[in-house]
Design a protein around this ligand. Sequence first.
Ligand code: PMP
Length: 608
Amino acid sequence: MKPTLRERLARELAHHDARGSRRDLTRRDDSLADFVTNDVLGLARDPAVAAAVAAAARECGAGTAASRLLGGDHPLHERAERACAEWLAAPSALLFPSGFQANLGLLQAFAEPGVVFVSDAANHASIVDGCRLARAARSDVVVAPHRDVDAVERILARTAHADRRFVVTESVFSMDGDRAPLEALLDVCERHDAHLLVDEAHAIGLLGPRGAGLVRELEMRGIDTSRVAARVVTGGKALGQSGAFVVGDEVLRAWLVQRARSLMFTTAPSPSLAAGLTEAIRLAGERDAERSRALRHARRVAEALDLPTPDAAIVPFVVGSTERALELAASARAAGLDTRAVRHPTVPRGTERLRLVLHAFNTDAEVDRLIALLRDAPRATADTAPRPIVRTRPLVVVGTDTNVGKTVVSALLMRHARTRGVARYFKPVQTGSDSDTRTVIGLAGLSAHEWTPPLHELPLPASPHEAAAAAGTSLDPVALQAGIQRVVEAMDEGVLVIEFAGGLRVPYTLRFDQSDLLAGARLPLVLVARSGLGTLNHTQLTLEALRRRHLEPSALFLVGEPHPSNAATLRTLSHVEHVYEVPQFRTLDTEALDAWLAQNDLDPVVSR
Ligand code: PMP
C-alpha cells in the first residue's frame, strides 16, 4: 500500500539520520566564541543599531502590512536606500526583504526568451533558484566552472546571437571565501557586450573603501565598472540585520518595481528594519579598524593552519567527510568554540568542512584556541580526502533516446582517455542481452582493470524498471546511487566513463528516472543524440530537461549520417560548449575509431 505522507516524510528523515545529513534549527550559544555568524563587524548587537530600530518601531509602528506597491512604502525605506546608494557611490538602490528575494527578483526581472544567464558553479542557492525562475521564463542558463573566466568567455562567444547576456557572480564566494575575478569578468563582458550582476553579500562591510564592496574597490582604482548592471548588498551579514538592496541606476530600480515579483508580491520590510540598516550602513562606513581586525584574524588562522591566504573573513577548513566535519564541530563546541559543519549538498561531496568566519569581536585568545584545536585535527589533503570530484573525473554518457550511439561515444571517450592516463568504463544498468560493456571492451581494447561490471544485468530489452520487473526484481534508487558512488570512490584517479541506459528520462522505478539520478549525483556529463530528422527537437528537449536540473553537458555528440545543417543549428542553439559529429562507421572497429580520433580532439571533454 502507498505510504501516507507522514510515513513517507518519516522515512526520508530516517535516511537523513542514517547518512548524518539531517539539518536542524540551531541557536546561538552565547557562552561559546562565535566563529559561525556573518556578523563580522559586530553590528548585530550594536546598541546604536538596536536603538535606531527601537526608535523607529515606537514612532512608526511594528509593520507595514502591505506591499510597497500597495501603500506599504515608507520614507524610512527610501532613506535606507539613499544611504546604501551613497555608500556605494551608485545612483540608486531598492530594498528587498531578504538577499534571497533580491537575487530571485533581480534575475527573474531580466528573464525572458532570448536572454542568457552565465552563472558561476559556486553561486549561492538564491542565485541558483533565480536561474531556475529565469529558465521558467524561457531564458537560457549556462553554468560556468568556478572562477573560470576563459569558460565565461567561450560561453559568451557562442551565445553572441542572444538578445542579452548576464554574467552572474558573487564577489566573495560564501563557502570558500575566495574572490571572483571581477576585473577580468568586466573585461570579458565589455568585449562581448554582456552585463555583470554581482552579489556582494560576503564583501560588503568588510572589503573595499569604507567597506563598500569589491565593485567600488575597482572603481577607486579607476577601472570602468559600467558593465555592472546591478549589485546585491545584503543586510543580514556584516550589516547585522536582514533585508537586501539591489544597487544600480534609477532605470533599473524602476524596472524592478515593475517586474521583480519577490518585491511586488511581498509585504514591505518594517520601517524599523530600514532604520536599523541606515544606522548600520553609517557605522559600517566608519569601522576600518574592525575590518582590519577581522581580516587579520582570518589571515592568522589560515597561516597557522597552512591554508591559502583568505580573501575575506571566511576560512574553509575542509575535512572531507560529513562524519569528520560533525565530529570536529562537536569537539570545538566542547572547547568553547562555535563552528559549524557544512555538508553535502551545500558543498560538493568530499569537501565537507568547517566554514570559519572570523569577526572583529573575536579575541586573540579565542583565535588561539581555534588554531590549537584545528592544528592537529584530521583534514582533507590530496592523500586522505575521498575526492572523486578532483582526482577521479566521472563522465556520464546520456542519450536523447535509446540506440543513438552512446556505446560508440563511450568507446571513443575511453579510447582517447586511456592515451591520457587511467580510464575505466562502467555501465551501471544493462538491459537486453547484448552487452554494451563487451562492445566497449572490444572497441576500446580494454583490459580487465579498465572496466567494472554492471550492477544490474536485466535481459529484457526494455526500460530498466520494466526489465527489472520482468526479471522478478526492482531497482532501488538509494542502492543504485550508492553503487555508482562506490565505483567512483574505488578509483584513485583518472576518467570514469559511465554509460546510462536509454534516454535521459527513462525510469529506474516509476518514481525515479535517470535524470533524478544525475541531478542527485551532480556528475559531469556529455549528451549523445542521433543525427538526422527530429534531432533538433529531441536534443533541445533533452537539454531543457537537463538544465532544469542545473545540469550542463560539456559536449554534444551527433551520431549517424552527417547532417551539416543540424550540426550548425545546434552549434548556435544548444549553447553546449563542444559539438562533435560522429558518422555511422562503415565497419565499426578500433581503426575506424582511431581515424575519427585523429580528426577530432576529445581532450577538452576528457581532460578538463
Ligand atoms: N547571497 C549570498 C552570497 C549569500 O551568502 C546569502 C545568504 N547566505 C544570500 C544571498 C541570501 O541573503 P539573505 O540571508 O538575506 O536571504
